[in-house]
Design a protein around this ligand. Structure first.
Ligand code: IPE
Ligand code: IPE
Ligand code: MG
Length: 246
């Protein structure tokens, strides 16, 4: 069995992103309601954050709620939002103890007041931390993020702050929610689905993708280690030939 000791510290993914999927199916398999799966999904989040701290991953981004997830039944959405608020309150000390800097990406203005308040509080109280940067994608959609970036750049062009000829990848990147986070190196999706579901479309341009059938509430440190070891055995060529890399 592989453990954290098997990981090559010099080849860590700088930015790990995870599509945490399968809470509903996990609950269904146990004859429970979907929200039971979300509660256990939250426990998996805590454990994976702690594992990332131990491993030394600098950036972890978790897809927690998509712009499309607003279309789920009202009861499920309401429960998820309540769970978000209570978990944040509960985990503030975990973040402080582990030097975790918390922030969010997405349209957080659209979240219920209580959740918004907890997000602001946890973000502010952990802003001075220098360890793992934990980013929760909430009411996040990559297309919305890009639309938002185009709008903001357009306003700057109109006001002569940016000239249209100078628009480049750096400028676009600087107008994304993730402007202060490096590109994704490793993207994990649990639950056996092989899709991106509107997550970080720009930022995963050269990410390594890793899919596992494990449902999110069952995803643990052991499986995270396997994913990172698998990543470390890949050759990232970025368009070059294998020979050029050596
Ligand atoms: C992921 O689990 C959590 C959210 C999208 C909020 P799901 O709720 O999508 O679980 P499945 O995919 O229905 O099993
Ligand atoms: C993606 O999961 C969103 C999150 C994990 C938050 P979904 O369960 O919403 O994705 P689809 O609908 O199966 O693509
Ligand atoms: Mg799902």
């Amino acid at each position: 069995m592989n453990t954290i000791e098997n990981i090559d510290k010099d080849k860590l993914p700088q930015h790990l992103a995870i599509i945490m999927d399968g809470n509903g199916r996990w609950a269904k398999q146990k004859g429970k309601m979907r929200v039971f799966g979300h509660e256990h999904g939250a426990k998996a989040v805590k454990k994976i954050v702690e594992s990332c701290v131990k491993i030394g991953v600098p950036y972890l981004t978790l897809y927690a709620f998509s712009t499309e997830n607003w279309n789920r039944p009202k009861f499920e959405v309401d429960t998820l939002m309540k769970l978000l608020a209570t978990q944040l309150k509960k985990e503030l000390n975990t973040f402080l103890d582990n030097n975790v800097r918390f922030n969010t990406i997405g349209n957080i203005d659209s979240l219920p007041k209580k959740a918004f308040k907890e997000i602001t509080e946890v973000t502010n109280k952990t802003s001075g931390n220098t360890g793992l940067t934990l980013t929760l994608a909430l009411s996040y959609g990559a297309r919305e993020e890009l639309v938002n970036a185009v709008k903001n750049i357009s306003v700057k062009v109109k006001n002569n702050i940016i000239s249209s000829e100078n628009i480049d990848e750096i400028i676009i990147n600087n107008h994304l929610y993730t402007h202060n986070i490096p590109d994704v190196d490793l993207l994990i999706r649990t639950s056996g689905e092989h899709r991106i579901s509107n997550f970080l479309l720009w930022q995963i341009a050269y990410a390594e993708l890793y899919f596992t059938n494990v449902l999110w509430p069952d995803f643990n440190e052991q499986q995270l280690v396997e994913a990172i070891l698998n990543y470390q055995n890949r050759e990232r060529r970025f368009g070059k030939t294998s020979e050029q890399l050596n």
